[in-house]
Design a protein around this ligand. Sequence first.
Ligand SMILES: Cc1ncc(C[n+]2csc(CCOP(=O)(O)OP(=O)(O)O)c2C)c(N)n1
Length: 568
Amino acid sequence: MNTTHDQISVAEAFLELLASRGVRYFFGNSGTDFAPIVEAFAKRQARGQDRPVPLTVPHEIPAVAMAHGYTMLTGRPQAVMVHVIVGTANALGGIINAARTRIPMLFLAGRTPVTEKGHHGSRDLGIHWAQESFDQGAMVREFVKWDYELRFGSQIETIVDRSLAISQSEPCGPVYLSLPREVLAAKIDNFEYSDAPRVNAASPTSSALDSVGQAADLLAAAQKPVAVVQSLGRNPEGLEILVELAELLAMPVVEQWHTHFNFPQTHPLHAGFDPAPYLKEADVILAIESDVPWFPTLSEPGPDTRIIQVATDALFTDYPYRGFGSDISLSGNPRLSLLALKEAILPSKLNRTAVRSRLDHWRERFKKQRKTWQTRAEGVSKDRPINMTWASHCIGDILDDRSIVINEYVLDPTQACFNTPGTYFRHSPSASLGWGLGAALGAKLAKPDHKIICCVGDGAYMFGVPVSVHWAARAHDLPVLFVVFNNSRWNASQQSTLSFAPDGWAANTDSMPLCDLRPSVDFEKICQAAGGYGERVERPEDLPAALTRALEVIETEKRQALLNVICK
Ligand SMILES: Cc1ncc(C[n+]2csc(CCOP(=O)(O)OP(=O)(O)O)c2C)c(N)n1
């Protein structure tokens, strides 16, 4: 079926196509380049015509993070539009984050008018000259899968379908489309498009069966197999298969530097968050969607350990330097690879007695590990300033089956237990700070019935452009709970200095230039200024009740809330 229209602008056609292709939200940070888009939204709104919901976000970092957060929970790419080269520059950290964690996204930017006069939309402001670059796409090209500048209105259907298809083909990632003002302003006489896209995402691929068979044989014969996983949970359908595979082999699963929920934390084969103690003794390591399966400076597998890497791109070919061994690299959809592996492990090849005793061993280890974590939290439960482990523990205590945690660095994963896919998200491995606040708003858009709890340090909070975020939370009715672990410093930079030079000048003079964030800000008042609830928490014993109060606010009053937790 085809839909046709007489005389509509390219901008209108674009919005109609986005809506028809399932793009629900259009996160925008506008400029003069947006005029035809603003006009098109207004017209379609007045006429009740299909369009994505336009959401103003007053900074590009949270705008991209909101789209990221929405897609990470729904799998559906959204549109983010920014202002020419300057908006693109502000957004870039977020695009790097999306690229490195394989989030599909239609990233749009205006392009300064091409002509000086003579066209509807030609240059009419001083900025229109200096905001042109020789190659706008070059600014983002390394971190998008495809980029293009729209030249003619007649291209619009192909370009929309092609960009969305490429973005959603594995490995997924953002694509970039720049939109010159004259092209957006031009009219299409007879706009006709196909109701269903004529170009669709490529179907997921899986590895050759003989490689899968070799990997299956290695795992079946292994005495001490260990799985390490970072972001399998990006595609939740693969998670059950990992549980089945782990159970079949009695293979422990370590979540290393994990960005998603990957494996139930109450499962006795969940072996924690640090593979270092197991690497030397492992004879086979199965690294699943793990860009960094271990930290070589701390510990690495022995020379005889066989390594199988399973990932959409098992060699992470978009990383310039990465030397983790891979005897068998199973590229392709990780769910399909794990399924094929599981099916290729013939029960007759397994040593049942060995599997049973392995399971007993890991059960015992599981109990000990959980007890250690519990003891660690209790040991610091009275510390003041509040210890971050204790703060994490208190957050762990308030989680229920409607909670989703967005964690930018600070939540200690040993202290909060997740058992359901899609309930835990950490920042992208590229860690361009400022992601958490916006991602939490995007998550709330995606899951309005859930409690979104965003855990950030005071550093990440400030990187997140908080005034814009609190404004957007209020304007778009997104009641989220922000918990700021406020240690008045960039601890990551401080710790890195101490480990780089444990006996150096910074350590010995007790001075940390460029890491100190004192005097701190009353962050709770920033949230209050946007109509939200804000509270400062200094005593560890006050934290549980403060969390309960703040949750009550987001749930019943439907207002955003922020706890400024004074930490060490
Ligand atoms: C855009 C960007 N700039 C700088 C950094 C470097 N960086 C990594 S962690 C960190 C500190 C984060 O501070 P905070 O959120 O307070 O957490 P803390 O380290 O104190 O636990 C910094 C500055 C980064 N990752 N991204």
